[in-house]
Write a protein that binds this ligand. Structure first.
Ligand SMILES: Cc1cc2nc3c(=O)[nH]c(=O)nc-3n(C[C@H](O)[C@H](O)[C@H](O)COP(=O)(O)OP(=O)(O)OC[C@H]3O[C@@H](n4cnc5c(N)ncnc54)[C@H](O)[C@@H]3O)c2cc1C
Length: 308
């Protein structure tokens, strides 16, 4: 029996664990990936907005987090695949056979990139699929590329690619790009960029690597092909809540609903970070919410223990 089981070792889960440990709680963190850090592994841009620390990218910030994690006393299992979870009973079963129980659970499972689920998308991973313009733009310099999406992330990536690529075709499902005005204003006069609105990507085509995409326009009868060497998809994110979504209250998009104490609709089950749909998903927001959850758990357990 642990005091707290924390699911997810991104900024929110690590902060919650760090605070639980400070408060003397017996804490176990379960991370399904082989390494801690969550989305920090995909932040290739400099992080200039985490108070007190500027880093070249997410991995460098993670090095600072890791130093604190190594010094802390909580248990951390990476590669921990949860088979099932009973939130009311606070029981967790792992695929490896372990059966675990706690007094409180913290859900810090974050979000993942949405995928198009079209032919070619998975097959060409690492062979023409662009993960990040910041990281990959030199690899795609001089090549025609396609960006899917119409929000900030898609348009920002398109602008970066347009610095080095002869053509950048932006394919967006909606009528208008949703990105902030300054991004859209920089995109419009850019001769390298063509925007197809009300259009969808239906297939990514190639032999050994990406050679073309198939685009269907709303007013078109059948898809047409466009020769490109790279495809970047940024169509938003979705919460990692599949494991327990039926057991607690979630909003329309599947994010966990929480109180100002980060508590979910199930008593002594807390959620923090991106999975709880913060107005502004940030590293500082995630670490702050993790700290709140830990402090509330500490206070509740103290009260229980001194009463009984
Ligand atoms: C490209 C990019 C750039 C960004 N730039 C900035 C920036 O400059 N400044 C800023 O403040 N923020 C930035 N962010 C946002 C920031 O990274 C996130 O807000 C933050 O990582 C959220 O932390 P989290 O712990 O809630 O979730 P995550 O970082 O998503 O971590 C969740 C963890 O839970 C694990 N997990 C999921 N499901 C399970 C399961 N079933 N069992 C066990 N473990 C599970 C995941 O493997 C992951 O490790 C950026 C994000 C991206 C993608």
């Amino acid at each position: 029996m642990h005091d707290v089981i924390i699911i997810g070792a991104g900024p929110a889960g690590l902060s919650a664990a760090f605070w639980c440990d400070e408060l003397g709680l017996d804490t176990l963190v379960l991370e399904q990936a082989d390494a801690i850090g969550g989305q920090l592994h995909r932040v290739y841009n400099p992080i200039n907005n985490y108070l007190g620390l500027k880093t070249r990218n997410g991995r460098e910030l993670l090095e600072y987090f890791s130093a604190d994690v190594d010094d802390a006393g909580f248990d951390l299992w990476t590669g921990a695949e949860i088979e099932s979870i009973d939130l009311r009973a606070k029981r967790v079963s792992l695929r490896s056979g372990e059966r675990l129980q706690a007094i409180a659970i913290v859900i810090a499972t974050g979000v993942r990139q949405r995928t198009l689920d079209i032919p070619g998308e998975r097959e060409f991973a690492g062979r023409g699929m662009i993960e990040s313009a910041t990281r990959d733009k030199d690899l795609f310099a001089g090549q025609d590329v396609c960006v899917v999406g119409g929000g900030d992330a898609a348009v920002e990536n398109a602008l970066l690619l347009a610095e080095v690529c002869p053509t950048v075709t932006v394919v967006h499902r909606g009528k208008k790009l949703r990105a902030r005005r300054e991004f859209v204003e920089r995109l419009q006069p850019n001769h390298a960029v063509t925007v197809f609105t009300e259009s969808v990507l239906t297939r990514i085509i190639g032999d050994d690597r990406v050679e073309a995409v198939e685009i269907l326009r709303k007013d078109g009868l059948k898809p047409f092909q466009l020769a490109v060497r790279g495809v970047l998809i940024r169509i938003g994110v979705e919460p990692n809540t599949g494991l327990f979504r039926e057991q607690l209250e979630v909003d329309q998009q599947g994010y966990v609903t929480v109180s100002s104490e980060q508590e979910t609709s199930v008593a002594m089950v807390f959620a923090c970070g991106d999975v709880s749909n913060p107005r502004a998903p940030t590293i500082s927001g995630a670490t702050g919410a993790g700290a709140t959850a830990a402090k509330v758990i500490g206070q509740r357990l103290n009260a229980q223990r001194s009463n009984g």
